[in-house]
Design a protein around this ligand. Structure first.
Ligand code: UT7
Length: 328
């Protein structure tokens, strides 16, 4: 008796920043960014917090399902840019949407956060612990970007996506398999140096610009390109799914070259890959649910479609989920 995605929603802020925006601020070019990453533009919210990106995404999701926020039992928010270190972003969202019967918490797994949260909610629905779980992936990356660091500031964007997870008696749909991994040895290649308990905020940490994203891009790339492809292929193999059976690969949107390497290893065609990195950049926990929601509302997803989700991110964290889409 599987859990399935019964509704979706997403929101990106209206403010568009193209690659040219960076050209007079740092030593970069539109051409370099397009060629090395696939990004053409991204959205940055010029006001508000991560919860303000989440609320419209949740409203779209609930409206589509025809339920009120009071019917939600569980709220999981995958994010690394919660409004505050505490209370959780989940608690803030609960207050803002009026989900007064829900409990919940945040999940910190960076770019794999949505995958971790989806796996967690699936287990809870399958176990009968909750009936309706909101799984949200959202980040306001502009709040932790160093706009003087060309290695990182051009890569990311702001956005939120969410799905509703419920039980179904229909065995032909739902979340079928999950493979998740973590390797803390990779932590040093992508992290926020200060602001946590290992290095609390001080005048010095601010002056040294240590509250921003730090990334050793080359090292992350090397691991991502192997990890994401390997786990996506493994989930196909252990579920006996051939490339031609897959309706879509839904990859984390960090770099078009990483996405393409994953697609090639899986043996699937380019038109079977959800790609929107050119419009939004890397929205961290937001990328996968934003893709699902965009493709759904664009009527490019239909009941029975077999999807492989795949991600790689800070931690390192990575994984893959196999599901059969259940809504028309
Ligand atoms: O979502 C979480 C997981 N994150 C990822 O998966 C990101 C993984 N990494 C990447 O996507 C890529 O490594 C980057 C896009 C970050 C960088 O691309 P790259 O092809 O690995 O470039 P690189 O780091 O090897 O740098 C090549 C050159 C360097 O110059 P030198 O040292 O060869 O003179 C960089 O300084 O490009 C330079 N560079 C830039 N040039 C123009 C780095 N950033 C820029 C820039 N504009 N924005």
């Amino acid at each position: 008796m599987p859990a399935y995605i019964s509704s979706v929603g997403h929101y990106v802020p209206p403010e568009v920043f193209d690659n040219k925006y960076f050209e007079d601020k740092i030593d970069t070019s539109d051409e370099w960014i397009r060629e090395r990453t696939g990004i053409i533009e991204r959205r940055f919210a010029t006001s508000g917090a991560t919860s303000d990106l989440i609320v419209p995404a949740v409203q779209q999701c609930l409206e589509k399902r025809g339920i009120t926020a009071e019917e939600i039992d569980l709220i999981l928010v995958a994010t690394i840019t919660a409004d505050n270190n505490f209370p959780s972003c989940a608690a803030t969202v609960q207050r803002k949407i009026g989900a007064k019967n829900a409990w919940g918490y945040d999940i910190s797994a960076a770019c794999s956060g949505f995958m971790y949260a989806l796996a967690t909610a699936t287990s809870m629905v399958n176990a009968g612990v909750v009936k309706k779980a909101l799984v949200i992936g959202a980040d306001k990356m502009s709040s932790i970007l160093d706009f003087t660091d060309r290695n990182t500031c051009i890569l990311f964007g702001d956005g939120a996506g969410c799905v509703l997870i419920e039980h179904t008696d229909d065995e032909s749909i739902g979340i079928k398999d999950t493979i998740l991994h973590m390797d803390g040895e990779g932590g040093k290649f992508l992290y926020q140096i200060a602001g946590g308990s290992s290095k609390p905020a001080s005048l010095e940490t601010v002056e040294n610009r240590e509250h921003f994203v730090y990334q050793d891009g080359k090292n992350v790339y090397k691991h991502a390109v192997v990890g994401m492809a390997e786990v996506a292929v493994r989930i196909m193999e252990r579920n006996n799914i051939s490339p031609s059976e897959i309706a879509y690969l839904v990859p984390h949107q960090a770099n078009l070259r990483i996405i393409d390497a994953t697609r090639q290893r899986m043996g699937i065609d380019y038109d079977k890959v959800m790609i929107n990195i050119q419009k939004y950049g890397n929205t961290t926990a937001g990328t996968i649910p934003i893709c699902l929601s965009e493709w759904y509302y664009d009527k490019k997803l239909k009941k029975g479609d077999k999807l492989i989700l795949a991600s790689f991110g800070a931690g390192f964290t990575w994984g893959s989920i196999y599901l059969i889409w259940g809504i028309d």
